[in-house]
Structures are given as C-alpha cells and as structure tokens.
Write a protein that binds this ligand. Structure first.
Ligand SMILES: O=c1nc2n(C[C@H](O)[C@H](O)[C@H](O)CO)c3cc(O)ccc3cc-2c(=O)[nH]1
Length: 329
C-alpha cells in the first residue's frame, strides 16, 4: 500500500509514527511518503531552518526532544549563546548545537545550488525512517503574519516571530504565504499524490501547515485529481486545539475552532474541495450528521495520539475510512 500524508510539524510527526507502526502490522509491502510544510522555514544567522521537516525527521529517527516538542534530545545551546552575544540571529529562537549540524549541512548544500529536496534526501538518509520525506516545494515559501498594532496600523512579521517570540499573543489579522504564487511542487510530490492508495491530511494546523502545502500551485489540483480516497483527521477536538495555535490562526481567517468548520474549510471533493472522508473525535460525534450532509464520509473515533499505540490505532481508522470510501465509490 502507498500512503501519502500532507503534514506539518508535531501533529504530522505523531501521525506518521502511528502510520509507520500500523503499516508494519499490515501484510505486504508499503510505502509511506510525507509531503511536508515549508511555510515555517526561515533564514536565521545565515542558515536555512526547516522546522516541520526537522520535527518529522527527528521524530521518525527517534532522536527528537519529546518534552520540548522540537529539536534534538540531549541538546546543548552553546553556539546559540555565542550568536546571541554577537547579536546574530533571533535571540528568542534557540538553535541547539546538534540541530545546528543539520542547518549547516542543509545550508551548505543549498549554497552549492542543490534543491531543498536533495538536502532533505541527504539528511534523512542518515536514519532508517521508514518513510520518505518530501518538502512541499523546493522554492522558498514563508508564512508571514499580519498583525495589528494598538494604534491600528498593520505590519507583517515572520510566522516564527509571531509564534515563538510573541506566543501568538499579537492578534493576527491575516497570513501571507510569501513566494507561494510562483512556487512549484518539489520533485516527486505530484507523483506521490497521484500514485497513492490513500492520501491523508494529517491532524496539523489547517491554516499554517496543511494550508500552505495545498496552496502551492498544482498540489490542490493533484489531490483533487487523485484516484485514491482523501481522508483527513481533525486537529480540533471538542472545540479546542490539541496543541499549537490553530485556534488563533482559524480566528484570523474567520473560521470557527471546531471539527466541522475545519472540514468545511477543506471542503468535500464532490463540491470543489479536497476531502472524501473526515475523522472527528468521539466527543464531537454530534457533528457527524452535519459533516456527512456536506458530502463526505465521517466517523467519530478516538483522536488523541498519546503514544505509539493510540497513534497507530488512529492510523488504522484512517485506513478503514479510506477503504469504506473506496468501496462506496
Ligand atoms: O518555542 C520555540 N520553538 C522553537 N522551534 C519550534 C518551531 O519554531 C515551531 O514550534 C514550529 O515552527 C511550529 O510548528 C524551533 C524549531 C527549529 O526547527 C529550530 C529552532 C527552534 C527554536 C524554537 C525556540 O527557540 N522556541
């Protein structure tokens, strides 16, 4: 079976760990591909930082910091302290020493003229990840957040400044995905979607993780044209975010923080959207009738990914819903 997952950072990583585990229990050969958001990427201290790709790579490699939720386990921060002393980089954005190794390697390959997808291939070759990671695009696409100051003037700041420095406390009035209009899907992305047996939208932020992937010209078209069922997992449980700042992002684009509103944002494939199926948590079971009426298959199942077992069970529910969609079609 070939599974292609559109994914952001931590939610994407947990889901991919579960899918890898679940596929190991299924007979036969399987290919797991993640098409990963690059909108969080930034230039810091002359280095190209790719947080979502790295979160997923480190988690699948088993070298991630599970407490902090980003970066490497057993990390030290000596270099970052030096950079701060020299006033280089963002003092509120800590680059761990081990993590810096990846940033230096990536940036040196980019400076040689290699595309990001090749840098990702080289970085991920270090560990047996059990999944292929593809950046959504090799082109530089960055999410910037439009915030309103007290006097009402608007300005745009990099997504990392809004999230890490201000902890999303500055009211966002919109998002710019800079570079997106002229970006192209990275090599292999369209094929991974077209050749998949199941396409999955991971329970990642719909506005700043999955949205920027679907916004690369050609990717939404590829998902809509896929012969495989497209199944999404709600990142919202009981009207609240599981982690991160999706609530603030959804509010900024005028969408309610609820499992059915996010389903509506993606939309049913039958009506111009991308979804054939949608999983909500059991606490949101009352929403299923409305979502089904909008034209997609929907199930209420446990969505909390607490450990590899619950993540694998969720991945199993995705495969089961995809099977139902395929049989119904
Ligand atoms: O809260 C933080 N998140 C940090 N993150 C996490 C990350 O910025 C965000 O949580 C994600 O981009 C949102 O998905 C880093 C990620 C990297 O790949 C590299 C460095 C950092 C540094 C920080 C940091 O200093 N503080």
């Amino acid at each position: 079976m070939r599974i292609t997952v559109l994914a952001g950072g931590v939610g994407g990583a947990r889901f991919l760990l579960g899918m890898r585990e679940r596929l190991a229990q299924e007979p036969g050969e399987h290919e797991l591909t993640a098409v990963v958001n690059t909108g969080d990427d930034a230039w810091v201290a002359g280095l190209r930082i790719t947080p979502d790709l790295d979160s997923i790579m480190y988690a699948l490699a088993g070298v991630n910091d599970t407490v902090r939720g980003w970066g490497r386990a057993g990390e030290s921060e000596r270099v970052s302290a030096e950079l701060t002393a020299w006033g280089v980089g963002w003092p509120w954005f800590t680059l761990g020493d081990l993590d810096l190794g990846a940033h230096i390697a990536r940036t040196s390959w980019l400076r040689e003229g290699l595309p990001l997808s090749t840098a990702v291939e080289r970085l991920t070759a270090r560990w047996p990840l059990g999944a292929r990671l593809l950046p959504a695009t090799d082109d530089e696409v960055e999410t910037w957040v439009r915030v309103a100051d007290d006097d009402g003037t608007e300005r745009a700041i990099h997504f990392q400044e809004w999230w890490v420095r201000h902890r999303s406390s500055l009211p966002a009035v919109g998002f710019e995905h800079r570079g997106q209009g002229s970006a192209r899907p990275a090599p292999g992305v369209r094929e991974a979607i077209a050749d998949a047996d199941v396409v999955v939208l991971a329970p990642s932020n719909p506005v700043v993780s999955v949205g920027p992937i679907l916004g690369i010209p050609g990717i939404t078209e590829a998902v809509r044209a896929a012969s495989a069922p497209v199944v999404g997992v709600s990142p919202i449980i009981g009207g609240a975010v599981v982690r991160g700042m999706a609530d603030a992002c959804l509010a900024a684009i005028g969408v309610e923080t609820s499992a059915d509103a996010v389903a509506g944002l993606y939309g049913p494939r039958a009506a111009g959207g991308v979804l054939d199926g949608w999983l909500v948590d059991e606490v949101d079971a009352a929403l299923t009738a409305g979502i089904a009426a909008s034209g997609m298959a929907v199930r209420a199942v446990p969505l909390w990914m607490r450990d590899p077992q619950t993540s694998a069970a969720l991945a199993g529910e995705v495969l089961a819903l995809a099977r139902e969609v395929r049989q119904a079609g």
